[in-house]
Design a protein around this ligand. Structure first.
Ligand code: NI
Length: 139
């Protein structure tokens, strides 16, 4: 088994807030991510899949195919969008990096399996210093 990773990037707006809290309470909890008029991040997404090397080709899968799949299922839905308002699979989700990473996993798991490999991990960087990794565990 070997692991390969494809990086994709998108930028998107969002806001972390609870509607029942005041702007000040949201700011105290979520900092700059609570800005009432939204703000953006340049996200980096790393999708790692695992599989066996095809002996004829020397690789697990064509990374171009993986890139196309990630773009179709995730990037086109998130890039230049408002994560709180524009994305069907983030409806009613607090758009924390954690929750977005899990939602991305859910978008990719089945279609990646259909390509003949298994999704191993999703790493989502919100800033160069803050990132989340998800490996499909439900608890
Ligand atoms: Ni933010």
């Amino acid at each position: 088994m070997i692991y390969i990773t494809r990086r994709e990037r998108f930028n998107a707006a969002h806001r972390l807030f609870r509607t029942e809290w005041s702007d000040q309470e949201n700011k105290d909890m979520f900092g700059g991510c609570a800005n009432p008029n939204w703000h953006g991040h340049n996200y980096e997404l790393f999708v790692t899949v695992k599989g066996k090397i095809n002996p004829q080709l020397g690789y697990v899968m064509n990374l171009k195919d993986l890139s196309s799949l990630i773009k179709a299922k995730v990037i086109e839905k998130l890039d230049h969008k408002n994560l709180n308002l524009d994305v069907d699979f983030l409806k009613d989700v607090m758009t924390s990096t954690e929750n977005v990473a899990i939602a991305i996993w859910q978008q990719l798991e089945t279609p990646i399996r259909e390509l003949g490999v298994e999704l191993h991990g999703v790493k989502l960087m919100e800033t160069e210093n803050n990132f989340v990794e998800y490996f499909g565990e439900t608890n």
